[in-house]
Design a protein around this ligand. Structure first.
Ligand code: FMN
Length: 375
């Protein structure tokens, strides 16, 4: 679907409640994904845009291009084989919790069109690790041609109890670890009370050791998934070095920055006062500052997935410049349409060729000491 066709359809979609539109999109994605998974078993696997310039080797994986689907769209992992067909170079499924849970009462997702943003307080509505693992085992009999990340989060009933919350992530890792190319440990959603406290360095260290220990027990050897931690954009700048150090010492392989923000700075949309996390354009600069800070404190070799407010090539370039190796997006798709990733991958490839770059890595910045200081 071209951008101009989507621009014509968008008013119809925006006439629907935001979560209702999302539910319909996920239903269609599931139908397409199942069809494509049957085709994949017959050897016909969708390939996203790729080239020697776009391809990235990181985390022991090959990413055909650096534009991925962010967590939250495919929470129950229904459409793994669709994402490469839409142009994504990787896809992060989930958040999945050990226990199935309904999430917060509706309405709980709101568009802010004036701001190109969304507020959501879904609260990890998902079918739970057992059901999602069973689905993935069937769908992933033929692996898609892109890395599949699985994002795990704490079940609402267990977060806040030190033993129970560790057991919760352990259980999700046990059920889902063998199906993932990487595991994203989500400690940054603002919609599960107490979850973001898991970013406290000592607690984060214990959590990562727990996930790592469980992965070791699965005995997957070299095919064990790498572990990334997804951080909040609302972290205080002075705490980021300690958080990263603790996570890395416990065996974290990389970071995802960032989740949604509680900040309402500069927003104009009518739903601005709805509780929840803000995504989209207003998050962009805040996310870039956090990426830049992580890159500076973690050094050049730790992989970072940059996410928050990406909707055009300039946004991709800014995130790479801040220090991200890979980019992911969600809200941009709501405003720009389902083929945004494909357009961005092609545009990035053309930009690299134009600048005489042989690899995306040449655009990745070194981060800044003063980043995330709030200026
Ligand atoms: C409706 C919605 C649901 C989300 N659900 C999750 C989730 O389950 N887990 C997660 O880690 N992030 C979730 N996110 C956050 C996104 O993955 C991403 O970090 C954030 O939206 C910033 O990227 P964006 O501006 O491109 O949307 C969600 C975002 C939205 C808009």
């Amino acid at each position: 679907m071209t951008a101009s066709l989507y621009a014509r359809i968008r008013p119809l979609l925006f006439g629907l409640d935001a979560e209702d539109a999302h539910r319909r999109a996920v239903y269609l994605a599931g139908v397409a994904g199942r069809t494509l998974s049957v085709a994949a078993r017959a050897g016909l696997r969708a390939m996203p845009p790729t080239s020697s310039r776009l391809e990235r080797r990181l985390l022991g994986l090959t990413f055909p291009n650096p534009i991925g689907l962010a967590a939250g769209f495919d929470k129950n992992a229904v459409a793994s084989h669709l994402w490469p067909a839409l142009g994504f170079g990787f896809a992060e499924l989930g958040t999945i919790t050990a226990l199935a849970q309904p999430g917060n009462p509706t309405p709980r997702m709101f568009r802010l069109p004036e701001d190109h943003a969304v507020v959501n307080r879904l609260g990890f509505n998902n079918e739970g690790a057992t059901a999602v693992a069973a689905r993935l085992e069937s769908i992933l009999q033929a692996r898609p041609r892109i890395p599949i990340g699985i994002n795990i989060g704490g079940s609402r009933a267990r977060v806040g109890d030190p033993e129970a919350e560790l057991e919760d992530y352990r259980e999700s890792t046990r059920r889902l670890g063998r199906l993932a190319d990487y595991i994203a440990v989500n400690v940054s959603s603002p919609n599960t009370p107490g979850l973001r406290d898991l970013q406290e360095p000592a607690r984060l260290g214990r959590l990562i050791e727990t996930v790592r220990g469980q992965l070791k027990r699965l005995g997957l050897g070299v095919s064990a998934p790498r572990v990334l931690v997804k951080l909040s954009p609302d972290l205080a700048e002075e705490g980021i070095a300690e958080i990263c150090a603790s996570a890395l010492a416990a065996g974290t392989d990389g970071f995802i920055a960032t989740n949604t923000t509680l900040s309402r700075d500069g927003l104009k949309g009518a739903s601005v006062n709805e509780a929840g996390g803000v995504s989209g354009v207003p998050l962009r600069e805040r996310s870039n500052r956090i990426i830049s800070r992580i890159r500076f404190v973690a050094g050049p070799s730790v992989p970072i997935i940059g996410v928050g407010g990406v909707s055009c090539l300039d946004d991709v370039l800014a995130k790479l410049g801040a220090g991200a190796d890979l980019i992911s997006l969600y809200t941009g798709m709501i405003y720009e349409g389902p083929l945004l990733a494909r357009r961005l991958a092609h545009a990035l490839d053309a930009e690299l060729a134009c600048r005489g770059c042989s690899s995306v890595a040449e655009l990745v910045g070194a981060g800044r000491a003063d980043a995330a200081a709030g200026q």
